[in-house]
Design a protein. Structure first.
Length: 461
């Protein structure tokens, strides 16, 4: 049976309020961890996989144990990456809106996806759009401006992407009529330029994007483009975390066939070829019309299905990244906002609880800021209302829930006192911390990192 075409959906039917209420309750029955008796197991796994019991040993400059010192331990960042694309950074029509965007980004995320779409990086051959004063392109702020944004909001930059074979959004138009030898050389040149300019500044990269999902563009590339792209990335991005990214992953069981899934087989083949592939990026766009959300493979909402898929891909021994996430609220009715919130909370809890999952990237932060299409296009991403903010920057329930989880429930703030041997212990979420050590009237501030690789932390005053 041929795979469904994800960019062409059946004609939409807007549900009545009564139908929407029924839909939300159906989703709740499928997705709610508490209702399905899985909440305690997920919480147990979060504690086991995201926290480290850490011993602090405090010494003075002479090497003597510091006894009875009061220590305030405050987490300042997570090692787990909670990310979002930042494609609208600086692109709103007022200074106030741009500042609002920065603030809500900073309050929630510690990773920002930087757009590196070849079509827009190099719209004309050898004319690159990296500098801050580059010509404006919607959702494609230039790299230099993006790096400034990342520093301002305290986010790690993630490069998306080195090579996407989509002929309308990924590949530059000047490339499409060239022979494959020329195309291969152009790809090699692109990789070299990006490595030289940004290899040391951007630690994480999607190397290839949607070589399964956007395979209609493969005809423009050399036959060995996938393998060659990974070899080039290995040669040029030595110290970077390199990800294989595709959308035929989660939230669509039609694409999941266990270890026979297309992405699983593609990743397995690359790994067996000997390339350094560090992570598997699994897009999770819930692009279903509202009247088909449940009828179209309802098991996609269940924890059991999600856990099985993540565990299957984890057998490859690589990190798992939830690389692009869209959860709809459609037209923003109260019930749909509630539905988005239910799915968001439960999916984040499941993914955060699983050891091999290292990041979650929400895709579009603000409603009606997705890719623009013509009025008669068969697919419009803005229809789904997949932002965490309404178009006027009002925070949806899902944003508030993520704020509660990331900044409160999954946050460590604790006071401890060193014992007679100069040490104290605490159980904290993995990440970076500021510790304030009080010695009489004096206070010393230090930065530490909590990680399972280093459960013993020594502090020299």
């Amino acid at each position: 049976m041929p795979l469904p075409k994800p960019w062409s959906l059946p004609k939409r039917r807007i549900l009545s309020d009564e139908e929407a209420n029924i839909l939300v309750e159906q989703v709740r029955d499928l997705a709610d961890l508490e209702k399905n008796g899985l909440s305690k197991a997920v919480e147990k796994n979060i504690n086991a996989n995201r926290k480290t019991f850490t011993r602090l040993e405090v010494y003075d400059k002479n090497g003597q144990e510091v006894k009875n010192a009061e220590i305030q331990i405050e987490q300042i960042s997570h090692s787990f990456k909670f990310g979002c694309n930042a494609f609208l950074a600086g692109q709103f029509d007022s200074k106030e809106k741009n500042e609002q965007y920065e603030q809500v980004f900073k309050d929630l995320f510690n990773q920002a996806v930087v757009p590196f779409y070849w079509k827009d990086d190099e719209p004309e051959q050898n004319k690159w759009r990296f500098e801050k004063d580059s010509p404006y392109i919607y959702r494609r702020p230039p790299a230099e401006a993006m790096l400034e944004f990342c520093e301002k909001v305290g986010c790690e930059p993630k490069g998306h992407n080195l090579l996407w074979c989509n002929p309308s959004l990924g590949l530059p138009q000047w490339l499409l009529d060239k022979d494959k030898f020329f195309v291969g050389k152009a790809i090699e040149n692109r990789f070299k330029i990006l490595a030289e300019k940004y290899g040391s500044k951007i630690p994480v990269w999607d190397v290839t994007n949607e070589f399964i999902g956007a395979c209609d563009g493969l005809k423009y590339l050399p036959d060995d483009a996938l393998e060659t792209a990974w070899k080039r990335a290995n040669d040029l991005f030595h110290d970077n975390h390199l990800i294989l990214n595709d959308f035929q992953c989660l939230f669509n069981p039609n694409y999941y066939k266990g270890k026979a899934s297309a992405l699983y087989l593609q990743a397995k083949k690359l790994i067996e070829s000997g390339v350094k592939l560090d992570g598997i990026g699994m897009q999770c766009h819930l692009f279903h019309n509202e009247d088909m959300l449940i009828s179209d493979e309802p098991q996609k909402f269940t924890a059991e299905h999600m856990i099985e898929m993540i565990n299957t891909y984890s057998t490859l021994g690589k990190d798992i990244h939830i690389s692009e996430l869209t959860i709809p609220s459609y037209d923003g009715r109260e019930k749909y906002l509630e539905m988005q919130n239910i799915i968001t909370e439960n999916m984040y809890k499941i993914w955060f609880s699983m050891k091999n999952v290292k990041s979650i990237v929400w895709w579009n932060l603000v409603d009606n800021t997705a890719v623009k299409v013509s009025p008669n296009a068969p697919f419009d991403e803005n229809y789904f209302g997949g932002g965490l903010l309404l178009n006027d920057f009002t925070k949806k329930p899902a944003y508030k829930t993520l704020d509660r989880l990331i900044n409160k429930e999954w946050h460590t703030s604790e006071k401890v006192v060193t014992n007679e041997k100069g040490y104290a212990s605490f159980d904290g979420f993995n990440g970076d911390y500021e510790v304030k050590i009080k010695l009489g009237k004096d206070e010393v501030v230090k930065k530490i990192t909590v990680s399972p690789e280093k459960p013993l932390v020594t502090i020299i005053l």
